[in-house]
Ligand binder design. Sequence first.
Ligand code: ADP
Length: 492
Amino acid sequence: MYIVQIASECAPVIKAGGLGDVVYGLSRELENQGHSVELILPKYDCMRYDHIWGLHDAFTNLWVPWYGGAIHCSVYCGWVHGRLCFFIEPHSGDNFFNRGCYYGSNDDNMRFAFFSKAALEFLLQSNKRPDVIHCHDWQTGLVPVMLYEMYKYYGMEYQRVCYTIHNFKHQGFAGVDTLWATGLNQESYYFQSDKLQDNFNPFALNFMKGGIVYSNAVTTVSPHHAWEARYTDIGYGLGHTLHLHQDRFTGVLNGIDHDFWNPETDRYIPSHYTKDNFEEKAKNKKALRERLLLQDVEKPIISYIGRLDDQKGVHLVHHAMYYALHNGAQFVLLGSATESSINNHFRHEKDFLNNNPDVHLELGFNEELSHLIYAGADMIIVPSNYEPCGLTQMIGLKYGTVPIVRGVGGLVNTVFDKDYDQTKPPEERNGYVFYQSDYHALEFSLERPLKLWYNNPEEFRKLALAGMEYDYSWNHPGEEYVKIYDRIRHKW
Ligand code: ADP
């Protein structure tokens, strides 16, 4: 099969979070299974060019219709760790992708509406006719809309779309100007509840809703989150739309790329290990302490890696840090906040705890350091308010770092409580789960592993090894996606 992924991220060249990991990991797995995969991405000024091999002009004369005229674009081509990627660079005063950051501009909706349009134009003009176009999140929600309403008539009638939602919170809202810009026009046609009109704001278009309504298959990133999105507020107002399109909607658990996340081969850690020489993990713990200037004492390290925002349960992260410090553990945090109040809060904590030899807060994005933390820490916490899939607990498991998670979304599908899980036999349980989003529930789930670490280290080791047994690679999810692609491409 010939598959084209259209996305706003692809790790490690463009990565703001899990979306980048998924786009890369899934593409690689599909290629391993014998399919032909290409990626279309924006050419941001701030992406990691050091991860692109052989970047060169591939299509210099792409004109993308925009409002009444057209914007001239260049398309570059290069390999990102073996994946063939096309990067679109528009030449216009809007500087759509030269902002020094991936997201966060006031005109994000226009930037990615343009990207969606340009990606389709590129496919059209370069005569690429994939069997399946796989789009991701709100940024590409307009791709299936424009394909079905416009490009189908220009010669792309056989292309089918799989649309994956990684986070329902960000849906992409826009006004009527997007319709004029993209050439969709027909305001009264699209501002309908069965088309793009937002379910709550009748004056807004909703890109993600468009993705759901117009795609041949819609997925989210774990089975439990698929249920939450339909039946709880976690669908952020799209539950009813998902309900109407339920026959096309499923949850497919994300995987992690074992080439990149593997303690046996990880190029960013000093000591490689497997289940059979697990004691080598201790050398990474030592290296982590040296790197972060933590004291080398007989204590477990609890870690947190992730964005610092409401979704991730920052108040619980903060509480876990002090709980760890008062209960014989060290704490390491690697996180970045886009909201200034949260950023200021953690900066203040960092200053306040500066001389404490048991804690380190690293504020910012640091891929290399994240690997050392996964390998060096004993436990990782994921206390999210909601978590569509969550990758950090799966990476933690692979590195024998015991996850302590809140029982929401994909965390429910991947972590099984050592003491209370009803679905797995004791030897297959792999972490700790709490459900309420309060301090007592969190403390209860921190107290149990800490006691186990101190009082029964052999049992703690077995728990970590049980986690390493889990195969959360892309093998299985890759097959699931191929089944979905197969199903939609045979439907005309
Ligand atoms: P998200 O909601 O951000 O997509 P996920 O758990 O799905 O959360 O994926 C997070 C990914 O981003 C993981 O690969 C994690 O290691 C990485 N990550 C998150 N924050 C940071 C950071 N500050 N520095 C380095 N890597 C990070």
